[in-house]
Ligand binder design. Structure first.
Ligand SMILES: Cc1cc2nc3c(=O)[nH]c(=O)nc-3n(C[C@H](O)[C@H](O)[C@H](O)COP(=O)(O)O)c2cc1C
Length: 197
């Protein structure tokens, strides 16, 4: 079975990437993981670990160095099950929108687009200027799914992980991976309508 690619870049919200990685492993995929240099820094600032294996465990995924342009995923001839960039910095979004392959994350995303595979971009920045918005529009026009790190609150999340999982569940939906993570709208309605309003 082809593996999905997960890239974690230097935007805030590294927990999105870590939770997604845990879920992908739980669902039986063996993701190829790429972490940018800034992604590593933000992981350390936000989650207090500079090694992915300290957060996730050593098994169930394969990490590739972002300078390794000889990696299989740098070529369209290697099959993959799509790619997610979560969180995605506006810098990485700009590079991909303009076809700049300065590291393996950019290159793998470019390959994903040219091979017409699923590319899911999870941007995190606020506010956004017109250049950021233009780059995201360019990516959408190239076939990427723009899935902003905008958690939902109607599940009444009690923890940060609950909140993060509202985004992670939508990413898994768009990757076509089944998961038991959240109850969906329509399954939330045990309560009488009057109590909900
Ligand atoms: C703690 C921290 C938080 C950051 N948060 C964001 C962010 O939310 N969005 C963003 O686009 N860049 C953010 N940055 C800046 C990026 O890390 C920086 O632009 C970097 O060059 C991105 O490189 P990359 O796309 O290769 O990971 C943050 C940096 C630090 C140190």
């Amino acid at each position: 079975m082809a593996s999905p690619i997960l890239a974690i870049t230097g935007a805030s919200g590294s927990l999105y990437g870590i939770r997604l990685l845990q879920c992908l492993i739980e669902q039986g995929t063996e993701p190829v993981v790429l972490v940018s240099d800034a992604g590593r820094l933000v992981l350390k600032v936000e989650l207090g670990a500079d090694r992915l294996s300290d957060l996730v465990g050593a098994r169930g995924y394969h990490q590739e160095a972002i300078a390794n342009f000889a990696a299989p995923i740098a070529s369209g001839s290697a099959p993959t099950a799509g790619m997610v960039i979560a969180p995605c910095s506006v810098g990485t979004a700009a590079a991909i929108a303009h076809g700049i392959s300065a590291n393996l994350i950019h290159r793998a995303a470019d390959v994903t687009l040219k091979e017409r595979r699923r590319l899911i971009v999870v941007p995190r920045e606020t506010p956004l200027h017109a250049g950021h918005l233009q780059n995201l529009l360019t990516l959408a026009n190239l076939g990427a799914t723009i899935l902003p790190a905008m958690p939902a609150f109607y599940h009444k999340p009690a923890t940060i992980e609950d909140l993060v999982d509202t985004v992670v569940a939508r990413i898994l939906d768009h990757l076509g991976i089944e998961h038991p993570m959240i109850r969906r709208w329509g399954q939330l309605h045990e309560m009488p309508l009057d109590d909900r309003l």
